[in-house]
Design a protein around this ligand. Sequence first.
Ligand SMILES: [Zn+2]
Ligand SMILES: [Zn+2]
Length: 255
Amino acid sequence: MLFDTHVHLNAEQFNEDLQEVIDRALAEGVTNMVVVGFDEVTIKKAIELAEGYDFIYASVGWHPVDAIDMTEQHLEWLRELAGHPKVVALGEMGLDYYWDKSPKEIQKEVFRKQIKLAKEVQLPIIIHNREATADIVEILKEENASEVGGIMHCYSGSLETALECIDMNFYISLGGPVTFKNAKRPKEVAESIPMERLLVETDCPYLTPHPYRGKRNEPAYVKLVAEQIAELKGLTLEEVAGETAKNAKKLFGIK
Ligand SMILES: [Zn+2]
Ligand SMILES: [Zn+2]
């Protein structure tokens, strides 16, 4: 039982061989995944996939890099989609200071609007953070995001911040980087945070774990992430897979 909490099977990188990718994931023991949509095209495709497969769910939101493109109609559309039976979260949303397509102030505004929406529709949120940790934590506090909680996706920050996020009702999701030899912080986080607050993800097609680094990532490789965490925590793969899947189902309200 493995629950990949963050996949982009809606990305064009999977256009050619989507079914084979899904079959390989099932063969490796992946029992559930959440396809994350973050703009018009990827949201539509995330919904299609969630409607097409029992074990696939969708999360819908507006990515901070494209914050400048989000209109009021888009926000209304997200509100509508939040009522879809297979939509289990809003996001990914957050702040990304690496790319400069959208000014910081617009990113913050779009982030706050989506947190407010999540509180209205009572769905957890999936947070994307790139080089913006302090501002993200501040906004989550100011907007009382703890009311809905959610996921710090592909977490790469410090242990201290991870614990702060857990206090705000968030889960820490680890991805491929935890398998990298030089990834001290994700390894420290994996070792130290309580099992009840840990999730696993691939963020495929990006952030491919060792030993496939540099190639396209896919949900089957979430097993490598869980194996690494098991090693760091002194647990079995089955224990980590089972616990993280249980956490994900609880958060997403999946039976
Ligand atoms: Zn992201
Ligand atoms: Zn993502």
